[in-house]
Structure formats: C-alpha cells, structure tokens
Design a protein around this ligand. Structure first.
Ligand code: SF4
Length: 463
C-alpha cells in the first residue's frame, strides 16, 4: 500500500508560534471535524500530521524541516501524509515545494484553511501536491466556530467546573510594514469581522462557561468595521452576560485614541492591562524600524495611559541589535525601560526575516556577541523591575480568575490571574477553574505573586 492509498482520517496537529496560530489551529479543527476527520494526540497513530508553522522566530524553518524529517523517521516506513500550514509556508512556498527530501503532501497558508479538505483530497487521490497560499483581502473565518481545546485535565477537573479563556480573532493581517516584520507578507492586509458576528460568538462562549475572552489581532486596536472602532467593540463585548473579563493583544501604540483609554478606564470588565510594544528606545532606530512614533511620543502615551487608567499593568516587546544600532542607541532603550518601569518585557535579538524591508535595506551588522551582551543587560534590568513591581503588590487585595492547575498533582495549589494578568499561586488547592477568588497577596517572586484566599465562605476541600 502506498502513502496515497490509505484512508486518511486521523489527524495530529502541532502548533508553533503565537496565539493567532493557536486560534487558527482551532479553526482548522472545526473545518476538518465537519468533514469527519478525527484529531488525536499520538502522532504515531495519525494518518495525517499537520504542522501549523510560524515565521517570526529565528531559524523557524530549520526547526520545521527537522521536525518533518523526524516524523518520517519515527514512522519507520509506516505511511503518513504531512501538511504544512501557517505563516512559514506563505514565506517559503517555493523552497518547500522544491525541496523533495521533505516530501510535503500539502501546504495551506493562513487564508486557505477552508480549502484544507480539498487540498488533502487532491494530495491523496493523485499524488499531486495540494497547495494554496493565496492571501485574501476578505477572509476572516467569521462563519467558523473554532473547536477550542479545553485546557486542563478533564479527569482532574471537578464536574460542573467552569471554563476560563477563549481567544477570538477580531481582525487579521497588518498594514503597518514595520521593516523587521514578516506578518504583512505572510498574513496579508488588515480586515475586521462584523461586530455582531463577534458578539454572537462571545455569547455562545459565555453559554459554554467561558469567563474571559481575549480579542486577538495582529494589530488589534486598528480594528475597524464600517463606522465601528475597537472601543465600540470592547464596549459591546463587555455587555455579554457571563463574561467577567476581556483582554486584547497585540496593539500598536499609534492606535490608542483617548476615547478608547476612557472606555478601558470606566469599564470594570476590561482588564487594566496593555501589552505596548516599544521595540527600541532610540529615535533613529525607531525610524529605521518604521514604527511611526518617537521615544518622546511613546513616553507621552505611557504617561497619558497611566493618568487615565489607575493601576494599569504594562508589558512590552524589545528587539536588541537592530542593524546599525550603536551602544549609545541601545542605552536609550535601557533608559526608556528604566523610566517606564514595565511590569514585564519580551526581549528578542534582531535576526533577518526573508522578504522584509530591513532584510533588503540594512545589513545585519551587529554581531551576535554584541546582541547577546545587550539582551543579557536588558533582561537583568527588566528582571529587577519586574521583581520590584511584584513586591509592591504584597499586602494588596486582588480578585483572581482561577486557571488550569500548573500540574495535575493534587498536592499542587490552585493558580489564578489578577486583572493585570499577574500569576498568583494560592496557598490552598481545590478551587474550580473559572472561579473568581478574592486573595490577599502575601509574597512575591520575580515571576509570580503568592496569595491567600479571602472568600472564607467557600472552603475548597469541603466541596
Ligand atoms: S504592527 Fe509591525 S510588528 Fe506588528 S504585525 Fe504589523 S508589521 Fe509586524
């Protein structure tokens, strides 16, 4: 029997990269389940293995190539179809199709998932490679209700327990073309979903027990549908009964009108937390990145946000070693970090992405040793700030939303998150996922808070 003759209905899907990819995998599950495909957790039993890839991280393609070879090797000759999905395939389609050692059966870009059943059929019927990496100006998948994986172990979750967070893509694509970023090339132009369609999805999620929704988009706060902006959408979502918390990611600093900040400040369901990517603190570097703001404008925005939204928790993204970045220019980034005092930061060493403006215009001339030295200094600085910010919560009272336990072991205590998204390790276990618990913070580490529950009327071990 050849690879192409087997009945291919058991699918193993592995997801790399960001939350948008996780969400897309939920869409893929919904699309294929409707066609009677079954998703399984053991890749060795699968007829089809699909890797939902990411193009953001350095050497992402090498990792995927290695994974494909490993899957074929582990099968020891047992037939399997392999399909690649996601950002990497849009970026490297030619290379993937021409590399015969990989033996990829089908390829689908981020706007082609509805065609997956056809692509699989094409690949399995006559052996031609099924591929579609067309980028759409309209596709938002608003007619698909994603099959969300229940995080947490059902066998240890008490019956009747609530679910926690659902991701909802409200817009896709990006028009910004920051010079280092592949997203506008791999995911196409911005397009937003009809707000009514989003509200319907949120209502359904609430009826299924979800307590929190996180609105997703590559440039989420540039959401625009007819006359409706992101502030309108957030307000409408907050009216859905049963949803206790609303978060969003990832915004761009250029899209924060005062009206949106006021909606955030005055709506108790919208979490007082913003991930605000700075990327660099030096004006020349920011201009080369085409981030459209200066250091001064960014600092002004932070000041305005904090004055309008008391208790706001801020996090950021930083790239060190952008082409031609000097030591003094890097120190501008450190100065901004010290001044803003972000609660946390995701830090990256610059690395070229094929097809981006930076890869065509600027030689990657900061050495890896310099980048490593800079990122270590940056991380050290941020670690101290994060620890200091966490310690400032000791003695404070927060309401936390209980999340899936870090471990299934009964000895592990419950965990939850504050409105500002700080992880809190509780001094007791047995709380139900999705429950809101009032806690007093008793201690802090650089990574989390420790807290004691104050909901004395409820004693978890008695339930
Ligand atoms: S805003 Fe810039 S960094 Fe963010 S997805 Fe768009 S191009 Fe990439």
């Amino acid at each position: 029997m050849s690879d192409k003759e087997i009945k291919k209905n058991k699918v193993f899907l592995e997801t790399y990269g960001c939350q948008m990819n996780e969400y897309d995998s939920e869409l893929v599950r919904a699309i294929l389940k409707k066609e009677n495909y079954e998703f399984i957790a053991d890749e060795r039993e699968a007829d089809i293995v699909m890797l939902n890839t990411c193009a953001i991280r350095e050497h992402a393609h090498r990792k995927i190539y290695g994974r494909v070879h490993q899957i074929r090797h582990d099968r020891m000759g047992k037939p399997v179809m392999i399909g690649l999905l996601g950002c990497m395939v849009t970026n490297l389609r030619q290379e993937l199709l021409e590399d015969h050692s990989l033996k990829i059966d089908f390829i689908a870009g981020p706007d082609s998932y509805k065609r997956l059943p056809d692509l699989i059929r094409e690949a399995s019927s006559d052996g031609t490679k099924g591929y579609d990496v067309t980028l759409s100006e309209f596709e938002t998948y608003s007619d698909i209700y994603p099959t969300r994986e229940d995080r947490g172990n059902p066998s240890t979750r008490p019956s009747g327990s609530l679910r926690v967070n659902a991701w909802i893509a409200v817009m896709r694509g990006c028009n910004n073309f920051c010079t280092f970023c592949v997203v506008p090339y791999t995911r196409g132009r911005e397009r937003s979903r009809d707000p009514q369609n989003i509200i319907d999805e949120v209502r359904r999620l609430a009826s299924e027990g979800f307590k929190q929704v996180t609105l997703l988009g590559q440039n989420v706060n540039s959401y625009r549908y007819e006359t409706h902006d992101f502030a309108y959408l957030m307000e409408e979502v907050s009216k859905v009964k049963g949803i206790e918390r609303i978060r969003f990611t990832s915004p761009h600093p250029k899209d924060f009108p005062d009206r949106f900040l006021d909606v955030m400040a005055n709506n108790s369901k919208i979490c007082k937390q913003i991930h605000l990517p700075l990327q660099a603190g030096n004006n020349r570097v920011l201009e080369m990145m085409d981030r459209t703001y200066t250091q001064e404008e960014f600092l002004g925005l932070v000041e305005k946000m904090r004055s309008r939204i008391p208790g706001l928790v801020l996090s950021t993204d930083i790239i060190v070693g952008f082409p031609t970045e000097t030591e003094e220019e890097f120190e501008d980034t450190l100065k901004v970090i010290s001044q803003v005092q972000f609660d946390s930061a995701f830090t990256f060493k610059y690395s070229e992405r094929k097809g981006t403006i930076a890869s065509k215009k600027y030689p990657d001339d900061v050495t890896d040793a310099q980048k490593t030295e800079r990122i270590m200094r940056l991380n050290e600085l941020q670690k101290g700030i994060t620890y200091k910010k966490n310690k400032a919560h000791i003695g404070q009272t927060h309401t936390i939303l209980i999340e899936p336990a870090i471990s299934d072991k009964p000895s592990h205590n419950s965990v939850g998150r504050t409105d500002g998204n700080k992880l809190v390790l509780l001094s007791q276990n047995g709380y139900r996922m999705g429950e809101m618990v009032k806690v007093k913070v008793t201690d802090a580490t650089p990574h989390a808070l420790k807290g004691h529950p104050l909901n004395l009327s409820f004693h978890p071990s008695s339930c």
